[in-house]
Design a protein around this ligand. Structure first.
Ligand code: HEM
Length: 493
């Protein structure tokens, strides 16, 4: 109610579209690709925009400067997460990404940071490379027309995180553990149903029984809670069983359990370790930018050739890339940065919320878990003043006039401030190494139909919190017999 009543600060909210009496700007924000509307609002209202849906304030942060001012320089005020009762109901409130800015968040963040900070992330490189090589061999055994690419790289990300987190080797097909979390993750994304929106706007609805009309979400939530619990418990039990059996499977979970010596002693800490491992797993499974990589490679053969020439000149054709090659491959670096800039996989990031009232450039920003701070990728990664012709996929934009790689190496897609992505060092290494490895051994082109005509690729991305290119057909073939042999030989490494 206090949200509805507005503010008593005497200062205006940031400018924005006029709200209606009860619903606010509900009708101004489209259900699909809302960030396009937000970008339009940037042109109309500026770098910071205010809107309201029922009692929930939405503050849109539309420029890198404003994002840095608020999320970095005032991070002590802007590091909370908005309340989302539906997330609690479906059992996903264990995830660090959704936990409010509390001691529970600090504890989980500290443990995850220990396992994913740069020096720790470097120790996973051998596993990352092994799984990327498995992925390359998987590409060899696929038919020419390789469909639904975002599905093909998720198993690679899943294999890496399962091996590092739990010491578990994912089966090439129908893996039980992967199936468990896929179910839970799917239910999380389905939780954006109309019923869920109503619960988020009117949290009291969560207390109504499922048999009441409109409250069917309660049954869905109960089912989802079961799946989420399984996703956390089953791989965790696998590690504990291995520890009891003395099986020498190194993993982050085993290391954390040993270091904290909590096995059977401190249920609370054991629960935390179980939660952060599932968080990392779910994070790695859902967010990946490689769909975009395959997509742009099929559409831009000239960029692909340039990248492959660099690999051939620097590394040669007698071996596959290694992490140590990264500094010698500036064009691959630029290509990686452009993949991450062009279509961030989380177009609106993950919303932040405010811990206290604040004033920014004369505007009032209310405190509270019902204040959604959203960032619009189009406004930042597609800011024309920083990235001319922003919609064009162009890795060359990351070079200076002298042909040197420029210093724009902050990947905005990983977020800001204290809530910046914990897994970014590991994700960065996985994505870079996959790009370099795939390009060194394979050529990606548009697929052809039976008559030999190229099949166009629809420039369509999935909508929602996570955005991937829609499944498309393309052809992925070894660049040469030598490349094929190199990939096959990785089985013996
Ligand atoms: C392409 C890969 C990835 C992208 C683009 C990405 C992006 C993001 C973004 C935008 C956020 C929100 C940051 C903010 O609130 O300002 C985030 C948070 C998070 N990410 Fe990632 N992420 C990726 C991979 C991963 C991986 C592999 C892990 C596994 C450890 C991970 C774990 C997390 C966690 C735990 C959070 C929540 C942090 C918090 O709320 O304190 N992410 N990520």
């Amino acid at each position: 109610v206090s949200s509805w009543l507005g503010n008593s600060s005497g200062l205006p909210f940031p400018p924005g579209p006029a709200p209606r009496f009860i619903t606010g700007n509900l009708h101004d924000i489209p259900a699909q690709q809302p960030w396009l509307t937000y970008t339009d609002w940037k042109l109309r209202y500026g770098d910071i925009v205010h809107a309201r849906i029922f009692g929930q304030h939405i503050i849109l942060v539309n420029s890198l400067k404003t994002a840095t001012d608020l999320f970095e320089k005032r991070s002590h005020l802007y590091s909370d997460r908005p309340a989302a009762p539906m997330i609690d109901l479906i059992g996903w409130d264990f995830t660090l990404g959704f936990i409010p800015y509390t001691n529970r968040w600090r504890q989980q963040r500290r443990l995850l940071h220990q396992s994913f900070r740069p020096d720790a992330a470097r120790t996973y490189r051998p596993i990352q490379m092994t799984k990327i090589h498995d992925f390359l061999r998987g590409l060899l055994s696929k038919p020419e027309d390789f469909v639904a690419l975002y599905k093909t790289h998720e198993p690679c990300a899943a294999a890496i995180i399962m091996a590092t987190m739990y010491g578990y080797q994912v089966q090439p097909t129908e893996d039980h553990f992967v199936a468990l979390s896929e179910k839970a993750v799917k239910m999380l994304s389905d939780a954006a149903l109309p019923g869920a929106a109503a619960v988020n706007a009117f949290p009291l609805l969560r207390h109504l029984p499922g048999w009441l009309p409109g409250c069917g979400f309660q049954y869905f939530a109960a089912e989802c809670r079961k799946r989420t619990e399984e996703m956390q418990q089953v791989p965790f039990d696998f590690v504990k069983q291995n520890m009891r059996d003395g099986t020498n499977a190194k993993s982050i979970v085993a290391t954390l359990l040993e270091a904290n010596q909590v096995e059977g002693r401190s249920c609370q800490l054991e629960q935390v370790i179980k939660e952060i491992s599932a968080t990392a797993y779910a994070g790695a499974l859902t967010v990946s930018s490689l769909g975009t990589f395959f997509y742009v490679m099929a559409l831009h053969p000239e960029i692909q050739q340039k990248a492959q020439s660099e690999i051939d000149n620097v590394i040669g054709t007698h071996r596959l890339p290694e992490f140590e090659d990264r500094a010698s491959l500036p064009y691959i670096e630029a290509l990686y940065r452009e993949v991450m800039r062009w279509k961030p996989v989380l177009p609106l990031g993950v919303p932040h919320a405010t811990i206290a009232d604040d004033i920014y450039e004369g505007y009032f920003i209310p405190k509270g878990e019902h204040v959604l701070m959203e960032r619009t990728w189009q406004a930042m990664t597609h800011d024309e003043s920083i990235y001319p012709e922003p919609d064009r996929f162009n890795p060359d934009r990351f070079f200076t006039a002298d042909g040197e790689l420029n210093d724009d190496n902050t990947v905005l897609a990983f977020g800001f401030g204290r809530r910046i992505c914990v897994g970014r060092h590991s994700a960065d290494a996985t994505i870079w190494a996959t790009i370099a490895s795939v390009l060194s051994a394979f050529t990606i082109v548009k697929a052809k139909d039976e008559a030999g005509n190229e099949i166009d690729i629809d420039p369509v991305y999935s909508d929602g919190m996570i955005s991937h290119p829609r499944p498309f057909k393309c052809s992925i073939t070894p660049r040469s017999e030598l490349a094929q042999n190199l990939v096959e030989a990785t089985a013996d490494l």
